[in-house]
Design a protein around this ligand. Sequence first.
Ligand code: ATP
Ligand code: MG
Length: 261
Amino acid sequence: MRKIAVAMAKGGVGKTTTAVTLAHGLAMTGATVVLVDCDTQGQAAGFLGVKPPHGVYEFVTGENRKGEPVSKNSALFPARDNLWLLAGGMGLVELKHRLGEYPRDQRHAVLASALVPKGDGLDYLIFDCAPGWDVLSVNVLMAADEVLCPVAMQAPSLEGLKVFFSYLLSAQKQNPALRLKYVLPTLFDRRTRHSPEVLGQLKKRFARQMCAPIGYNTGLSEAAARGQTIFELRPGAVSAEGYRLLVRKVIEDGKNQETHS
Ligand SMILES: Nc1ncnc2c1ncn2[C@@H]1O[C@H](COP(=O)(O)OP(=O)(O)OP(=O)(O)O)[C@@H](O)[C@H]1O
Ligand SMILES: [Mg+2]
């Protein structure tokens, strides 16, 4: 099973769009995928047009917000063929409080251990991270093996990246298996001076991790507003092609990992 965290400290860079689209794209190839929304905004459900009654809170604690028992399986919401959602949302505020009550040396591994038994028969766990950095972000980076970092093609985004890398380094001390695997340029707009400039700088710095850029495309926000992915609303859009390339790259890397292991 691959465990990929879509993470970046900066807000509004396309994390949720990427996590949802990648998860759906992988599921469309026949892979079994669980998308884990780790943001109190809980936007992944809306982007997929579903309203799960339960989510990460119930999955991790085994109970609903009234304290009644809830099975792990009922927290997993079928969002598309082969794709299940563990929804985020306000329940995560309470979950973060609870995590804070764990002993220091245990609180960062709670999500990882809650997810472990679900690994059977599952091909991908995709985590949609919140912006910023808190106990839940650390939990995600303890549960994941790979990080996909979306970077908006605007001038200050490289600054944001430096901050995020300092977080990543501290997470790697606790989870040495964690790798920055993909750097995905988003909101790329060829007509601006910034986008090609920032892309050039990124390519120099992250030659190995670079993915083909996702262009600026209003179709992506339109799709999210309608609760559809770009593959459903506009499969012919350039951004849909961009995300298909990402899906293919992720799958190919998996095959290479298998042949080298
Ligand atoms: N390539 C793109 N072109 C145009 N709009 C985009 C693109 N990618 C994402 N968007 C839009 O930008 C907004 C922010 O995207 P998204 O919610 O995916 O970012 P985020 O990093 O998850 O934000 P947050 O940090 O708040 O969680 C959304 O309205 C989304 O539809
Ligand atoms: Mg988001």
